[in-house]
Design a protein around this ligand. Structure first.
Ligand code: FE
Length: 186
C-alpha cells in the first residue's frame, strides 16, 4: 500500500475527507478542494522519491491515497520528457495540481454527430496552479508534459478510486475504447 508520511500530505487528505464526509456538492468539492490542493503543491518537499520516478516508456500514475470507501483518491502523475495521454474522460470530478514542471491540457467537446472538436486553446498548467475536470464542467481532454527535456509531476485528486474506474479513450472520429488505468504501485 502507498504511504506518504508528511504532515502536509496528511492534512490535505484529512481536509479533503472532511469535505467529502460533509456530502458537499460537486461545485463545493471543486472549490474547496482546489484551495486545498493549491496549498499542497505550493511546497515541493513532501512527495517521496519512489512516487516521482518516471517510466521511459509511458507516463506513470502512483496511488498516494485511496479512501477506504473509494469516495476519493490521490495520485501522482509523473511525465517523462514529451510524454502524453490520449484523449480520455474521467466520469467523476478531478483536480489536477502542478507540483513540478508544467503540462498542457487540451479540452475536447463532442459534437452531435459524435465526432470530437477542440474546446478552446490548450491550457498550460504551471507549477503551483490547479485545474478541474468533471462530466459537468468538461470531462474530455488530452494532457502532455510541456517539456521535451525534463520530468513534470502533477498531483491529482478524483471523486472515486480512479484506478478502478471504467473510462474511455476517444479518437477524433468519436470512436471510443474502454480502459481502466490502474496504478504503477498497486
Ligand atoms: Fe485526465
Amino acid at each position: 500500500m502507498p504511504s506518504v508520511q508528511h504532515p502536509r500530505f496528511s492534512a490535505f487528505v484529512a481536509n479533503l475527507q472532511a469535505i467529502v464526509d460533509a456530502s458537499a456538492t460537486e461545485p463545493e468539492i471543486l472549490f474547496k478542494g482546489s484551495a486545498l490542493l493549491k496549498d499542497l503543491i505550493a511546497h515541493d518537499d513532501w512527495l517521496p522519491e519512489q512516487f516521482a520516478v518516471p517510466n521511459p516508456d509511458r507516463y506513470t500514475q502512483y496511488l498516494l491515497h485511496a479512501d477506504p470507501q473509494d469516495r476519493f483518491s490521490v495520485v501522482s502523475f509523473v511525465w517523462g520528457p514529451g510524454q502524453k495521454t490520449p484523449i480520455h474522460n474521467h466520469t467523476v470530478w478531478g483536480l489536477v495540481g502542478m507540483l513540478r514542471g508544467a503540462e498542457y491540457s487540451q479540452g475536447y467537446a463532442q459534437l452531435a454527430d459524435g465526432t470530437l472538436t477542440t474546446d478552446g486553446p490548450p491550457v498550460r498548467l504551471e507549477q503551483g496552479t490547479v485545474e478541474a475536470v468533471s462530466p459537468d464542467i468538461g470531462d474530455l481532454h488530452a494532457v502532455s508534459n510541456a517539456f521535451q527535456d525534463r520530468v513534470s509531476i502533477s498531483i491529482h485528486a478524483y471523486g472515486a478510486n480512479i484506478g478502478k474506474v471504467q473510462r474511455s479513450i476517444f479518437l477524433l472520429d468519436g470512436t471510443t475504447k474502454s480502459f481502466v488505468s490502474g496504478y504503477s504501485n498497486a
